[in-house]
Ligand binder design. Structure first.
Ligand code: SAH
Ligand code: SF4
Length: 367
């Protein structure tokens, strides 16, 4: 197996690699704590390590955690101070977004699973960019560690994790699952699996696999429309896995694991925010253990839909609740830091492109 950074190891992998290299596997715990609890970026430079571990690190990982390390290239705080968006630069120059948001005591990190996304949802800045590549396990883990570093600097701790940044997590299933196992492993960060939520646009085989593997995380389904015609217009993936198949998979997950399904619904003015749309949604969810999360559209350059009025959002919420289905309106925090998924990166790419054209450099933007 070719591992590019220390963060690519699972705990058992690390133990067996140390053992194979003649280092007692007990040292894996010391290293794991350094990386995931102390958030050490330069473990090889620590002077308090046992000599065999220190030697192994210097021989294999030089001065840092590995050759393909990611770094935070920009950090922007919203004006209310409660949301910070990190632009994380990967070793190959790709940039992804990680958002840290919340109130003291319950901070949440929203992390990315891919650079770009292949799903092409029309209103989403990441979808508009197209697919670039999957993130490695290490690149996913690094975002969680960077979020924790940011919070620790303010004396806070990360509590919740959502995979609602750039990319479709179930399209990069293995790396996501391995990364989540690493941040939950208790000698290290020890995040509670029940406080982790994976959001999917509706990749049916992934939902079934998630269920069969009894993954201990919450599952959120981005629904946005309750008829195939309307959903296929917004989410091309609906042509591959239409609503009937998606809802069967959701029921399978909910019944088999006895869990609630969280449905996401981005409210777009006059496209999916009327009381008729709400009725279609309650018909679709009848009899299911469901919760609906509404979010008002963040407008993006590539989509000419409009944000629903606050009143429309509230009326929609009331209609869902009246049918006995719990429904909340998610406040998309930090709207002033381009809070929608992929928006900050899209803005920065635009700025770079206009700088290049001012300087007569015809390099295409790397998308
Ligand atoms: N790919 C996964 C997770 C990332 S997107 C998914 O689609 O579920 C996280 C959520 O943000 C999704 O529900 C998505 O529909 C929503 N979203 C994307 N662009 C948005 C925008 N411009 N305004 C509001 N919500 C948006
Ligand atoms: Fe991909 Fe999710 Fe954006 Fe759709 S909404 S394009 S699945 S990141």
């Amino acid at each position: 197996m070719s591992l590019e950074s220390l963060y690519d190891f699972s705990f058992p992998n690390l133990q067996s690699r140390l053992e194979a290299d003649g280092v007692r596997p007990i040292h894996a715990i010391q290293l794991w704590k350094l990386l995931y609890r102390e958030l050490e970026k330069h473990p090889a430079q620590r002077e308090d390590l046992s000599p065999p571990l220190s030697r192994w690190l210097r021989d294999n990982f030089g001065r840092t955690v590995g050759l393909t390390q990611s770094s935070v290239s920009e950090s922007i705080k919203s004006s209310d101070g409660l949301t910070t968006k990190l632009l994380v630069r990967l070793h190959d120059g790709q940039e992804i977004e990680t958002v840290v948001m919340g109130y003291p005591g319950r901070f949440t990190a929203c992390i990315s699973s891919q650079a770009g996304c292949a799903m092409g949802c029309v209103f989403c800045a990441t979808g508009q960019m197209g697919f670039v590549r999957h993130l490695t396990k290490g690149e996913i883990v690094t975002q969680v560690l960077e979020a924790q570093r940011l919070l620790r600097a303010d004396g806070q701790e990360l509590r919740n994790l959502v995979l609602m940044g750039m990319g479709e997590p179930l399209h990069n299933y293995e790396a996501v699952v391995e990364a989540l196992a690493a941040v939950c492993h208790s000698p290290g960060m020890g995040l509670a699996p029940s406080r982790i939520s994976v959001s999917t646009v509706g990749l049916v085989p992934g939902i079934i696999r998630f269920t069969d593997e009894r993954l201990p995380y919450s599952l959120a389904i981005s629904l946005h429309a309750a008829t195939d015609e309307a959903r296929s217009r917004l989410l091309p993936v609906n042509q591959r896995w239409p609503l009937a198949e998606l809802m069967d998979a959701c029921r399978y997950y909910s019944e088999r694991l006895e869990r609630k399904v969280f449905f996401g619904w981005t409210l777009i003015a006059e496209q999916n925010d009327s009381l008729d749309h709400a009725r279609c949604l309650t018909d679709l969810l009848r009899g299911m253990n469901a919760h609906v999360n509404l979010i008002r559209l963040n407008t993006t350059a590539g989509f000419n839909g409009h944000t629903s009025a606050e009143q429309a959002a509230q009326a929609f919420q009331k209609a869902i609740q009246a049918a006995g289905i719990p429904c909340t309106i998610r406040q998309f925090r930090g709207i002033d830091v381009a809070a929608g998924c992929g928006q900050l990166r899209a803005e920065r790419q635009k700025a770079k492109a206009s700088l290049r054209s001012k300087h007569g450099d015809a390099d295409p933007i790397c998308l």
